[in-house]
Structures are given as structure tokens and as C-alpha cells.
Write a new protein. Structure first.
Length: 213
């Protein structure tokens, strides 16, 4: 591909090794409500904002709890462990090498109040000319809106941007925006909390369910 005019990075699972901590926060948040949330489903839903995940979980469990309350509880639990976040070095090294040579931005489905501290912790926040979050667009990954908005803020045509992503919905969003993209899962092996169920024959990600005793 031609040399990109700008680089755009997702944050969670791309620049920052946060996905296991996010999953553990979700498990702790839904456990009191009797919801089983398989890790494979968590990754399949990667790229969705926290409130949308909460809405799906509650709908599929048949619960009428306010999804905003569940989303806030999950973010509170994640923020308690945020200090342990580490950079994903193979991806951060790409950004480090490009720093000062081309415009760069972060495009994430996370909330600004969570994402900006994460970028501070891994020491990269001031590398980026823009940080675009779920609050900045009305449609979210796999829709292309967040990447189109990021390109607009960088003042670079979408087709001249290269995206680094770690989830299938995020990669699809970049493609729909007309951008080239790199799946960072080819650059490192993501950490998991539970064994990989998808290694089993004839496996498809389980739906969340309510656990009854």
C-alpha cells in the first residue's frame, strides 16, 4: 500500500493491554445479577461502547435493570485496577517510530474519562493530535463514523489513513470508512482470563445468559 498520510490507533487491546481488566470488571459487575458473560462473547462484542454492552447483556438475560447503572458500575470497577495497565509494546513502537513524521490519532469506543488516563499511564497521550471517543459520534463500530470523524479532525482524507485495530468490529469500521487497516493480533498474542473455548471443534461464541440456582 502507499505510504499512509496518517495513522489511527484503537486504544483498548491495541495501544494498551486493558482487555483482561475490562473483562474482569464486567464479570464482577454482572455477577450480582446472575449473568454469565463468556470471554469469547466479550471479545466478539469488542468495539461496542460500555452502555451498548450493558444493554445487550441485560436484554439477553431478560432483566429490566437500567443499563446506564450497570455501565457505570463496570467502569468504576475497571478504574480501580487502571493503575496496572501496561502498553502493548509492538504497537506502541509503531506509534513511537511515526511520532513527528505524520499525524496520529486515537479512535476508541471507550469513554474519554477512562481513555485519557489510560493513555497517560502508558505515556503516549501527547503523541496524538486527536483522541476521538464514543461520546463524539452517534453510531459506533462496526459503523465507520468514528474513523471518519477522526480523519476529519486530522484533516486527512480517509483513504490516506492506516488504522491499527484489535477487534473484528473495529476492523470492519475501518474498512467501511475506506481505510487500510492492520489487525494487531498478528503483532502480539492477546492475554486472556479464561481458556480459549473457540479452540474446540464446532464452537461458536456463547450468548450471555442468566445463571439460576
Amino acid at each position: 500500500m502507499p505510504q499512509p498520510a496518517a495513522l489511527i490507533f484503537d486504544c483498548d487491546g491495541t495501544l494498551a493491554d486493558t482487555m483482561p481488566a475490562h473483562y474482569e470488571a464486567w464479570v464482577a459487575a454482572v455477577q450480582p445479577h446472575g449473568i454469565d458473560f463468556p470471554e469469547d462473547t466479550f471479545y466478539a462484542w469488542g468495539g461496542l461502547p460500555t452502555r451498548q454492552v450493558a444493554t445487550r447483556l441485560l436484554a439477553e438475560a431478560g432483566l429490566t435493570i437500567d443499563p446506564e447503572d450497570l455501565a457505570l458500575q463496570k467502569e468504576f470497577l475497571f478504574e480501580r485496577t487502571m493503575h496496572s495497565v501496561r502498553a502493548i509494546e509492538p504497537v506502541v513502537n509503531v506509534a513511537r517510530a511515526a511520532r513527528g513524521h505524520c499525524p496520529m490519532a486515537v479512535a476508541t469506543s471507550g469513554m474519554r474519562k477512562v481513555i485519557e488516563p489510560v493513555l497517560d499511564i502508558i505515556g503516549v497521550r501527547d503523541w496524538f493530535q486527536a483522541v476521538v471517543t464514543c461520546e463524539d459520534v452517534s453510531r459506533h463500530k462496526p459503523e465507520p463514523d468514528i474513523y471518519l470523524e477522526t480523519a476529519r479532525r486530522l484533516r486527512v482524507p480517509p483513504q490516506c489513513c492506516l488504522v491499527y485495530e484489535d477487534t473484528d468490529p473495529g476492523l470492519e469500521a475501518a474498512r467501511r470508512a475506506g481505510m487500510a487497516c492492520i489487525d494487531v493480533r498478528t503483532l502480539y498474542t492477546p492475554r486472556r482470563v479464561t481458556p480459549v473455548r473457540s479452540a474446540c471443534p464446532d464452537y461458536s461464541p456463547q450468548r450471555p445468559r442468566r445463571v439460576t440456582k
